[in-house]
Design a protein around this ligand. Structure first.
Ligand code: ATP
Length: 288
């Protein structure tokens, strides 16, 4: 569909237990709070694209368990096309087991489960295909090759950080690493040399730096009262994809993404913190 976004990525249920201190190896501690949240970079980014106004299809997988059903409901509520979200038999839905101590330190175990089975059969005629590294890299490669074959734009958020095969960089138009990830990937110049057209380095409260063969420019940060930066990067990538799919030029789409990500830091959590298009538009207008 013209103007639409296809996100190829992970779906997780995040299980968050809070305790005074985190347990050391072999130790058991009593916690005092517990919560479950939808998560996974793929789901977060699909929700961000949808809330920024894009018709959004999601290529992902859940397990044949109760968590999978709940997460499919979340996707449908967001208006996401789930026709390419597979239900994988015999594996659990992806989980992130997150321990948080009262001083805010966390320790996380991610179990890929169904995410390791994600394959792509269709990119749903999208104008923009967006992916990350919580599903097999072969799947991302396949999706981007399919996108290239039909002239769709490919955007990669290389998280969690991992070395990337040259074949994948060769079919990536825009890469969106944070400062830590770009360093692990050898720097922006190396990414451009590998065939990427645009490197967008997100820099937290400082905004972002864009590097292309023609030079560099900055994306302004929006000053907000941040309380929780969880999923700021995911919101940035999903919102950027939505505006590029809608036909915005790159600088406008990046400004929108910066505003969307800033708003997401003013509220706790991942999916619940992602702003709607109306909220983003209001912030962009107020800053003009
Ligand atoms: P996370 O892992 O927390 O999702 P990340 O490390 O992938 O984040 P960041 O560079 O921290 O990504 O943030 C992504 C974007 O979010 C930034 O480029 C910026 O536009 C916005 N952002 C993040 N933190 C803030 C903040 N405190 N105030 C305003 N904008 C922010």
């Amino acid at each position: 569909m013209r103007g639409s976004v296809c996100v190829v990525g992970s779906t997780n249920l995040d299980l968050v237990a809070t305790a005074a201190v985190l347990p050391r190896p072999g130790e058991t501690v009593m916690g005092h709070a517990y919560a479950e949240h939808p998560g996974g970079k793929g789901l977060n980014q699909a929700a961000a694209a949808a809330r920024s106004g894009a018709a959004t299809a999601f290529v992902s997988a859940v397990g044949d368990d109760a968590a999978g059903g709940r997460l499919l409901d979340v996707m449908r509520t967001e208006g996401i096309d789930v026709s390419s979200v597979a239900t994988a038999p015999g594996v659990p839905t992806g989980r992130a087991l997150i321990g948080v101590s009262d001083d805010g330190t966390n320790s996380i175990i991610v179990v890929s489960g169904a995410n390791s089975t994600v394959r792509v059969d269709d990119i749903h005629g999208a104008a923009v295909v967006l992916s990350q590294l919580e599903v097999p890299v072969e799947t991302v490669q396949e999706a981007f090759s399919m996108a290239r074959a039909v002239g769709a734009l490919t955007i990669l958020n290389p998280a969690p950080a991992a070395p990337l095969p040259p074949e994948l960089l060769a079919v990536t138009d825009i890469i969106v690493p944070n400062e830590h990830e770009v360093e692990l990937l050898g720097g922006a110049t190396a990414l451009l040399a590998a065939g990427v057209t645009t490197v967008v380095v997100t820099q937290g409260a400082a905004g972002a730096l864009v590097v292309t063969a023609d030079g560099e420019f900055r994306v302004r940060p929006y000053r907000v009262a941040s309380v929780d930066t969880t999923a700021a990067g995911d919101t940035f990538c999903g919102a950027l994809s939505a505006r590029l799919a809608a036909g915005d030029v790159l600088v406008d789409a990046l400004d929108w993404a910066s505003a969307a990500a800033a708003i997401s830091t003013t509220r706790p959590g991942a999916v619940p913190s992602i702003p709607t298009a109306d909220e983003v538009e209001a912030l962009v207008r107020s800053a003009d």
